[in-house]
Design a protein around this ligand. Structure first.
Ligand code: KG4
Ligand code: ZN
Length: 341
């Protein structure tokens, strides 16, 4: 069973990705990021579906080549079934169903958010294999989600806290937009912040109940702050861009980790992890490691390749489902609003 070759496909948003795994070992992980959305300042669903249609064959082809195998070597096909954009999901799901039928191999549908968490179980050849112990507390931060997830086993996880409005990634992307930076702004804010002073400007940390988050007020407070300052000095943004990014990023990271610490205090966890696109953020990664040291808990941070959307994480999740015989029927449909409970 450990030698099973799985072809995994991810197409929930604006990355078309295909990966080949042998069990938990990733042999290839090809990601085509759709550039078309940049000029619109955000993902345009119809354009995403069309780009997936164009990309999916070459991406799968490349993944097979890099894994040094042919399509008939594949013994199981997996794809993301949700959450995500319906049209985008349909491209991957239809493709996977067709292959499953044509090759007469099992189909596995994977929850995208569960896969982000399970990215910690992807192995690379020659990696020293250290997998997280359970229970694990995972902070999943992406462009569409912000979740505190209690993980008791690979396929047994529960969301114990989440955002009531915008996601952390949106807080980065929307701030970048008002600062005149291109989409997606998260990586750019991170880069500029590295040369800025995080204590120069003050943004209030949102006050939300229990383990919930809210990012829409933070984004609005940045907007009002900029309006006020630009009225006094039209060059305010250009002259202070690095300090604004550093101060704003510092507020988001402090807030994310404040709730994470609260969740740690409320239960006993054997490990803690980060997942999702925003886990590529340099400050969040640094402070997360420090938090782990402070709490004396084993820390897992995904390598950059597995932070943003990728098919290797879909394959890793699929391998767990394969071991349990959790296969899908061809009449199952994608679910854009799927959620792990
Ligand atoms: O997980 P992901 O690839 O897609 C979704 O499922 O949403 O996450 C994308 C998000 C975007 O909002 C992007 O700006 C953010 O991750 N992101 C970052 C960084 N790299 C990507 N945010 C902050 N700092 C980064 N270095
Ligand atoms: Zn994602």
């Amino acid at each position: 069973m450990r030698d099973i070759l799985i072809l995994a496909i991810e197409s929930s948003c604006d990355e078309t990705s295909a990966a080949v795994l042998r069990g938990q070992e990733v042999l290839s992980n090809v990601i085509a990021t759709q550039k078309i959305h940049e000029k619109f300042g955000g993902v345009v669903p119809e354009l995403a579906s069309r780009a997936h249609q164009v990309n999916i064959m070459p991406v799968v082809d490349q993944a097979l080549k890099e894994a040094n195998c042919g399509i008939t070597d594949i013994k199981c096909i997996a794809c993301t079934s949700g959450p995500g954009l319906l049209g985008a999901l349909l491209v991957g799901v239809s493709f996977a169903k067709s292959l499953s039928l044509a090759l007469n191999i099992p189909l596995i549908l994977v929850d995208h958010m569960q896969a982000h968490v399970l990215a910690h179980f992807i192995h690379r050849k020659d990696d020293q294999i250290i997998s997280p112990s359970f229970p694990m507390l995972c902070l999943t931060v992406s462009g569409g989600h912000t979740q505190l997830v209690e993980v008791k086993a690979p396929l047994d996880m529960k969301v114990i806290g989440k955002t009531i409005d915008d996601a952390a990634g949106e807080a980065f992307d929307k701030a970048a937009k008002v600062l005149g930076l291109p989409y997606p702004g998260g990586p750019l804010v991170d880069k500029l912040a590295q040369e800025g002073n995080p204590n120069r400007f003050h943004f209030t940390i949102p006050d939300t109940p229990q383990l919930s988050y809210s990012f829409s007020g933070l984004k609005t407070s940045l907007l009002y702050f900029l309006k006020k300052e630009v009225a006094l000095n039209p060059n305010f943004i250009e002259e202070n861009l690095r300090d604004i990014c550093a101060s704003y990023q510092n507020t988001i990271v402090t807030y994310l980790l404040k709730k994470f610490q609260k969740a740690l205090d409320e239960s006993n966890y054997a490990s803690m992890s980060l997942a999702g696109g925003v886990s590529a953020n340099s400050l969040l990664r640094k402070r997360f490691v420090e938090l782990g040291e402070k709490n004396n808990i084993q820390v897992f941070i995904p390598s950059f390749e597995f932070t943003t959307d990728n098919a290797a994480m879909i394959g890793a999740a699929a391998f767990f489902k394969y071991q349990e015989g959790l296969f899908a029927n061809l009449d199952e449909a994608p679910n854009p609003r799927a959620s792990i409970i």
